[in-house]
Design a protein around this ligand. Structure first.
Ligand code: NAP
Length: 302
């Protein structure tokens, strides 16, 4: 952080940093999803815009599935400078965009919208954000070259592809819907990884969990308000692994609590949320994102 930026942060804390004015030149950004009222992205990105003195605002638009095509047309026509896409539109939005990156194509989902040569493009920063968060917190997590993934939904796909791109060679997927796990295995095999799947109570699952250096929960089990839920794995097989939950509300899920009790190193989804936002922000603005400011904002609201 430069001296100037440090001073700005201090002034902001003291209430002395001038609030940004919205005028005819203000650049617009938004997250498109449904629901979006709970989204932390507006707080995170507006804090970054304000801190860097960028004349930009970020808002949230609640869009129904039926209105998604119109919403993208409106986004383009109104000249939005960029944005994000969240549940349930991450895959459905793809046909309405002018192009998507290879990353988004592999992950089958878009979470970031940006302009390139007057065309609206989609990319996916969820997977790379996850790996960045993991490597910066527990670099040893990737050393075993293997991982167990609980879940096979959209987030699992992004995380699995990014893990393979980061060097993971073997992945076991445990998911309620076995067909979704099978589909993900096919994709990972195409990327050169050895992937297989099992049900929750298969003894093979316990063996793989015991052998793996990294266990990631990508299911929504344990997310608020259903905090009493947890993936039905054999927790006695957890011992000293790196255990990650993509959920950040609550900060410590029952899954992470049990893993911590077993002596595991744990991480929740807040850092991933931060890093995917950092990557999106830098793509839109070409500026280095003020990571500390964005992190502090997430910590405040999460
Ligand atoms: P999704 O596509 O709907 O996938 C949900 C996953 O949870 C599926 O694997 C689903 O299994 C499983 N699941 C749900 N209820 C279950 C139950 N009762 N028993 C067993 N499995 C169950 O959702 P997603 O977009 O992947 O999101 C998953 C989680 O990741 C959410 O908690 C979300 O908040 C979190 N997330 C966090 C970040 C971040 O930045 N930290 C980013 C993205 C997502 P089936 O396939 O059998 O339905």
């Amino acid at each position: 952080m430069s001296l100037f930026q440090g001073l700005r942060l201090l002034l902001k804390d003291l209430g002395g940093c001038k609030e940004m004015q919205i005028d005819g030149k203000t650049r617009l950004y938004a997250v498109l999803g449904n629901p979006v009222a709970h989204s932390l992205s507006p707080a995170m990105h507006n804090a970054a815009f304000e801190f860097l003195g960028l004349n930009s605002i970020y808002t949230a638009c609640c869009i129904s599935a039926e209105k998604l095509e119109q919403a993208v047309a409106g986004f383009k026509a109104l000249g939005f400078s960029g944005g994000n896409v969240t549940v349930p539109h991450k895959t459905a939005i793809i046909p309405y965009l002018d192009g998507i990156t290879d990353e988004a194509r592999l992950m089958g989902a878009v979470n970031t919208l940006y302009w390139q040569d007057d065309h609206l493009w989609g990319t996916n920063t969820d997977g790379p954000g996850f790996v960045k968060a993991l490597v910066e917190t527990y670099p040893e997590a990737l050393e075993g070259k293997n991982a167990v993934l609980l879940g096979a939904g959209g987030a699992a796909r992004a995380v699995a592809v990014a893990l393979v791109q980061a060097g993971i060679k073997e992945i076991l997927i445990i998911n309620r819907s076995r067909d979704k796990a099978q589909a993900l295995i096919g994709l990972l095999a195409d990327l050169g990884a050895q992937a297989w799947e099992t049900g929750w109570d298969d003894p093979v699952a316990g063996e793989a969990i015991a052998d793996s250096r990294l266990i990631v929960n990508t299911t929504s089990l344990g997310m608020e308000p259903r905090k009493e839920e947890a993936p039905p794995i054999d927790y006695s097989r957890l011992l000293h692994q790196v255990v990650v939950d993509l959920i950040y509300k609550p900060r410590e899920t029952l899954f992470l609590y049990r893993a911590r009790q077993q002596g595991c190193k744990t991480m929740n989804g807040l850092r991933m949320l931060l890093e995917q936002g950092v990557l999106a922000f830098e793509r839109w603005t070409g500026e280095k994102a003020p990571v500390q400011v964005m992190s502090r904002e997430l910590e405040r609201w999460a």
